[in-house]
Design a protein around this ligand. Structure first.
Ligand SMILES: [Zn+2]
Length: 120
């Protein structure tokens, strides 16, 4: 069964989390009038996104989620992430240029195919 040893988080995943967090904040502020804090709906979404990243089988090899072949988000969260990305994506350049550039760069990584390993 699965070994539940604590894994150190790869910087790639940490950065992905920072990116999604920044995007959700931009979105929430504009659409739900929050300042610095997220509304309950956006908090739930962000926790969900973080959880998906923790469980992402690709980890440091992952591309950006938009290009991933797995599309692991459940349907309602997928709708939400599309809205958030569409709104906040272009604004990231202004608010978080460093993260935005990284995100573009990471998006150039080809999404890996999931390898079925029969030996361990
Ligand atoms: Zn919100």
């Amino acid at each position: 069964m699965e070994n539940s040893q604590p894994r150190t988080e790869h910087p790639r995943i940490t950065r992905e989390k920072q990116t999604i967090q920044a995007m959700v904040h931009i979105y929430c502020k504009a659409h739900h009038g929050t300042h610095g804090e997220l509304c309950p709906e956006c908090t739930e979404f962000m926790e969900y996104a973080f959880m998906r990243l923790d469980k992402c089988p690709f980890q440091e090899r992952k591309s950006t989620c938009g290009k991933c072949l797995i599309h692991c988000y459940r349907p309602d969260m997928k709708e939400k992430v599309k809205k958030v990305m569409r709104y906040s994506g272009p604004r990231m350049i202004l608010h978080h240029p460093r993260l935005a550039l990284h995100h573009v760069w990471d998006g150039r990584t080809k999404p890996p195919k999931l390898e079925k390993k029969t030996t361990s």
